[in-house]
Design a protein around this ligand. Structure first.
Ligand SMILES: NC(=O)c1ccc[n+]([C@@H]2O[C@H](COP(=O)([O-])OP(=O)(O)OC[C@H]3O[C@@H](n4cnc5c(N)ncnc54)[C@H](O)[C@@H]3O)[C@@H](O)[C@H]2O)c1
Length: 482
């Protein structure tokens, strides 16, 4: 379940931070924010404290129910912060189920008490009663919640159906939505390391396990055809993909096309997968003539990310992922690459989710995720997809994009230093003409001009930038060893 086309409702005890987090999430998802307590105050023409004192709790609950149900019935998906006691009203619980993805914003009772003392909250005057109310509501919150969150990043992740947590592979069984049969499709090497753990976690729901070749070989028509042929699922079944971006791309595409589409769950095991490939619903395979030429948008019903799985990742694969992490940090305007793995993954994943929920079909802001990739694809093509790794190509692509950003959009020259310090890309020996041809052919090129993603400043990408051919060519040449 996700909030792509539904409201995102925040529930939780008073003092959980629903108003602050809700406002932040609405900004990140570019959605209207409705704070029900404020709506009630506006309609009543007075504060909630006065309303309680003068007209009693029942009158407040009636106004709250009216405002909440009305907001939940509006067609345009919004971020809606509910009052702390709203889930006590049956009508509201029903409307939540029908119209929203509901996220419980968790808070410890002590913190809730401290935070509630600053406002004039009628139910936060007596500590014993406050704690009793906390205990009483806890079960109700959990019954209503589709996901739980501690902060705005968690809420954004929940909006995309993404669960990030150390040890989540062990909990895979409970994290795969639905009750139907499950098939596991896994990268050969990953199956040897984590297969047993995944199979045990999936328990009796697991029907069959399908082994996929490691790496890009998985994304071939042959491998896809084999998988299609092996699947014995019905439309209520779920295909679980365990592996790197190649595995989630092909298994996601199999799920998008098998019986005209069945649900799937992605369980990424590489850094590229956890911060990028397994999120956002782009699935596909390669043709000999071009990478990712055949594909479909098919959002996973859940993405389960366990950062612990990165511990067995070979160093080369990690470096490839680091280029995507740096790209994400530049787009988000935060030094995400400096964080420890679990937090690095959580924050990068949250950035990608926010962008993809805003623009699921790649028409606007999602294009910003191509920062550095236009040059990267050209370099990979110039190397006939053999001698230059994708991660190295992205690192060089970022260098070119940042240099052009300094020259044309006034980006601070110091911003580009991170690429040199963290990724240290060396120029590569490739066929320059072939790389240039590929750049011209790149799918982002329209009417003969290449559209680039550049940065105005850290955290402020601009897409669709057109520059004269000689500028673009010079930037490409600067990445190539001669
Ligand atoms: N769909 C998207 O939005 C999207 C975005 C970015 C990239 N991609 C695709 O992702 C693919 C690249 O994905 P990738 O970089 O994850 O590569 P990958 O899937 O080929 O995995 C890399 C290697 O790491 C091994 N491996 C995976 N997890 C491991 C673990 N935990 N421990 C030990 N070994 C492990 C695999 O066996 C494989 O050999 C490309 O095909 C690219 O097109 C898709």
């Amino acid at each position: 379940m996700n909030a792509l086309y539904r409201h995102l409702a925040l529930i939780g005890f008073m003092g959980a931070g629903k108003s602050t987090v809700g406002a932040e999430v609405s900004r990140r998802l570019d959605r209207l924010f409705v704070d029900i307590d404020r709506v009630v105050e506006e309609r009543a023409g007075t504060t909630i404290a006065t309303l309680f004192a003068e007209r009693g709790e029942a009158a407040f609950r009636a106004l709250e129910a009216e405002a909440t149900v009305e907001a939940l019935r509006r067609p345009e998906p919004a971020v809606i912060a509910l009052g702390g006691g709203a889930v006590g009203t049956l009508e509201i619980r029903k409307a939540l189920q029908e119209h929203a993805l509901t996220v419980l914003l968790e808070v410890a009772v002590n913190d809730a008490w401290k935070r509630s003392q600053s406002g004039h909250r009628p139910l936060a005057r007596d500590r014993t009663r406050f704690e009793a109310l906390y205990d009483e509501r806890e079960g109700l919150y959990r019954d209503c919640a589709d996901a739980t969150a501690r902060d705005a990043h968690d809420v954004v992740l929940a909006a995309g159906g993404v669960h990030v947590g150390v040890g989540s592979l062990e909990r895979l069984g409970e994290l795969v939505p639905g009750v139907g049969r499950v098939a596991l499709a896994a990268d050969q090497r990953v199956l040897g390391i984590y297969g047993a753990e995944a199979q045990i976690a999936l328990g009796t729901r697991l029907g069959a396990t399908h082994e996929l070749p490691s790496g890009e070989d998985a994304k071939s028509t042959g491998s896809l055809e084999r998988l299609w042929g092996e699947l014995r699922l019905d439309r209520k079944s779920t295909l679980v993909a365990l592996g790197g971006g190649c595995t989630t791309d092909v298994a996601g595409f199999a799920a998008a096309t098998y019986m005209r589409g069945i649900p799937w769950v992605s369980v990424p095991t590489t850094l590229v997968g956890q911060v990028d490939a397994a999120i956002g619903g782009k699935t596909g395979i390669n043709l000999p003539s071009a990478k990712n030429l055949i594909g479909a948008f098919h959002w996973p019903t859940r993405t389960v990310i366990d950062p612990v799985l990165l511990e067995t990742l070979p160093t080369d694969e990690r470096s490839g992922g680091l280029a995507e992490v740096v790209k994400t940090g530049l787009l988000a305007g935060e030094r995400l690459w400096e964080l420890p793995d679990p937090e690095l993954v959580r924050r990068c994943a949250a950035h990608k989710v926010a962008v993809c929920v805003r623009d699921p079909h790649d028409n606007a802001i999602r294009l910003s995720l191509n920062l550095g990739h236009t040059f990267a694809h050209a370099l990979e093509a110039g190397a006939a997809y053999s001698t230059v790794s994708h991660g190295h190509a992205v690192a060089l692509g970022l260098r070119a994009a940042l240099q052009l950003s300094v020259r044309h959009l006034g980006l601070d020259p110091a911003a580009g230093q991170v690429v040199e310090d963290v990724l240290r890309p060396r120029r590569v020996r490739v066929d320059l003409e072939r790389a240039w041809q590929a750049l011209a052919r790149d799918k982002k090129a329209e009417r003969g001009r290449t559209k680039l993603v550049l940065l105005e400043k850290l955290g402020k990408p601009v897409w669709g930038v057109e520059l004269p051919d000689d500028e673009v060519r010079a930037a490409l040449e600067s990445l190539v060893e001669r």
